[in-house]
Every structure is written in C-alpha cells, then in structure tokens.
Design a protein around this ligand. Sequence first.
Ligand code: FAS
Ligand code: PHB
Length: 389
Amino acid sequence: MRTQVVIVGGGPSGLLLGQLLHKHGIETVILERKTRDYVLARIRAGILETGLVNMMREAGVAERMDRECFVHHGTCISYENEMFDINFQELIGQNVIVYGQTEVTHDLYDARAAVGAKTMFEVENVEIHDADRDAPCVTFHAEGSTQRLDCDFVAGCDGFHGISRKTIPETVRREYEKVFPFGWLGILSETPPVHEELIYANSTRGFALCSMRNENLSRYYVQCDLSDKVGNWSDDAFWDELKRRLPDAIAEKLVTGPSIEKSIAPLRSFVTEPMRWGRLFLCGDAAHIVPPTGAKGLNTAASDVHYLYEALVQHYRDNDSEGIERYSERALARVWKAERFSWSTTNLLHRFPDQTPFDLKMQRAEIESLHYNETAQRWFAQNYVGLPY
Ligand code: FAS
Ligand code: PHB
C-alpha cells in the first residue's frame, strides 16, 4: 500500500492534521492503536484557544462546536477567601471557548469518516523505517497480518507513550523534563458549574480547579499526592476537600453529585528537540507535555498541526520545502512559551512539599501582583488565550 502522509496516532493532533490535509487533496492514512470508542472515552482538555477554533473552522469541522461551545471572556483566581477575575475581553479583546477535547475528537472522527479517509484501528507493532531517507515506510500488524505502507512523510501524532519520538536516534534527540511532585485528581459530574467562569484556586491545602463542559456537566480537580489512588477518594471525600480549597461564598454554592468519571493525572513538563528527523515530524504530545494548569496541552498540539499542515501544503502545492525545513524551529518557538506559562501557573497555584515560609510569601506576593496589576493581568491573558501562531 502507498499514501502521501502516514499519521501515527488518531488523537486530536492526528485527526486535525488529516482533516486539514484532506482539504488540500493530500492523502493520509491514520494508524490508531486503540478503538475509536476507547479514544473517545478519554476525558481530557476543556479549553480551546482561538487558534484551535480557527483551525477547526478551516477544516470544516466547527459546526457543532460553534453551536454548543461556551465562550469564556475570562477566568477567576482565588486565594483563601479572596477571588478576582482576569477579564480577557476587557484586557486584550480576546476570549477562549469551553468545548471538551472529547467533542473535538468526536467531530474530527465523524468528519474523517464522512470524506472516506482511511483510519485503521487496533493497529499493533507500528514501526517507522527510513525516515531519514527519501522513501520512508511504516510497518504494522492489523487485520491479522503484518502490513507495510510506503509514503512521502510520517506525522508522529501518537502521544507521549507512542513510538514516533523514540524513532529519532538518542544521539539526535535532546530531552528536557520536569516531573512535579503531585498530581490532579479529577472528576466529572452531571451537576451545574459552581461559577460561570473557571476558578483556579490556590489554598493552604493545595490547588483546586472548577471547570465545566456544559450547563449540566462540571469538571473539578484537586491537587493530590503522587502516591494517591482514585480508590482512596469517595465522592463525598472529594466534594469535602474541594469545598475546603474554595472561598466560602463559592463553596456554599457548590452543587455536588455522583462522579461519572474519576481519574488521577500526573503533572510533568517535557519537550523533545528536534521535532523533525528527515521525513518524520513529531506533533502534539509525542513531542511535548505540559502540566494542565495553563490549559495548553491540546492547544499546543494544535499549533504544531498548524505549522506542519502549512509546511506539507507548501511542499505539495508549491514544491517549496521552506516550511518543512523550518517546522521544528517554528513549532518549538511556541512550544517553549507554552511550557513557560504552564510551569509558571503551576508554580503560582500549587503547594509544593519543600516550600519554605519565604517561598509561600513569594507565591502570595505574585498572586497579589496578578490581582492588582493590570500589566500582569494582560500578560497572563495573552498567554492564556494563546500567543499568535
Ligand atoms: P493523544 O495522546 O491525545 O493521542 C495520541 C493517540 O495515539 C492516542 O489515541 C493513542 O492511542 C495513539 N497511539 C499511541 N501509541 C501508538 C502507536 N504505537 N501506534 C498507533 N497509535 C498510537 N490538555 C489540556 O489542555 N487540558 C487538560 O485538562 C488536559 N488534561 C489531560 C489529562 C490527561 C490524563 C492527559 C493524559 C492529558 C491531558 N491533557 C490536557 C493533554 C491532552 O489534552 C493532550 O495535549 C492531547 O491529548 C494531545 O493530543 P495528541 O497529540 O493527539 O495526543
Ligand atoms: C478542564 O476543563 O479539564 C480544564 C480546564 C482548564 C485547565 C485544565 C483542565 O487549565
């Protein structure tokens, strides 16, 4: 078999790239390790930057998103019983939307099936060959046999635990990592959100986040120990802890209910350089991970897709390799800014086991600066809504 671009991984990165390339008549095959339902059952991101929204529209996949999403003009930050909002619309004339990654992925799968583009599920033993040559190919096991796909390019969109990154020789790769000494325990509940905007809470007991998916589906998180287990947390225990980390006026309004999903996510910052090796391009979590504090994971995957999509269209349409040559440099320039914002907000809002009284004073001073300083708020707003591509 042969195609123009093999996309390893059928998450949001791979699907969005495939849909955009299809719009320009560039043929792709997506190889996905899991089933469609398994991929769609993952509960992940909730905030979309304008850049991602615009690419969903450009891909022709935005009709349900535009109909069902919630525009958020700002966000709230609380510390003990204080709470303030950072109004993106007033400060910089921009906003973000709330529309779950699950819905983004669902819409992209439906759109891909509608155009008849090939996606192979439950694919095993994917291997990328000769990516540093002019004729790469991908072998894999599917439908009971070992198969081979010859192609022009390979997009490694297979996430942090995929094989694409490891295809790049260790002698070529430079990896940067920071593992945070805590995780996020998250629940989904069919309850009305406690507040119309998200609330990022810094409290003496640790971080908490009040988010949502729609007017009757709320997403909450509390910082937890890395050794913690979901089984340690009954719904009641979760709700009690969440209330203790929120301002009284908010805690009093909290509508609790049974969790329909409960999971713990570790927090890490990670970047691999370069994001290109010959005809292999890394995209999304395959190349970088951020702590979810800044809502940058999915959104930074989207900017990678933007640069890679542009580069491949430039190659096939204009026979111009400038975008391909500069993909890694361009993508990484924005990746590192998203890493910085995610690292900075995580340090600002979480409790660290080794924090000294002086560290806590610094953290408090920084939160108060953000509370009362418009310039600090504007910089936060520019990063949160997404720096330009
Ligand atoms: P993904 O990991 O989503 O997709 C990769 C796909 O490749 C998967 O479907 C996988 O099955 C497949 N794959 C892996 N190995 C393969 C192989 N060898 N062969 C074929 N297929 C293979 N981001 C936010 O912005 N906000 C959040 O709140 C947030 N919460 C998160 C919570 C968790 C638990 C995790 C893990 C991530 C979270 N993220 C969050 C980040 C997340 O949204 C990612 O940024 C986003 O999924 C990136 O999309 P992809 O790059 O497509 O990678
Ligand atoms: C979410 O709704 O899952 C969410 C929102 C904002 C974040 C992280 C997660 O920063």
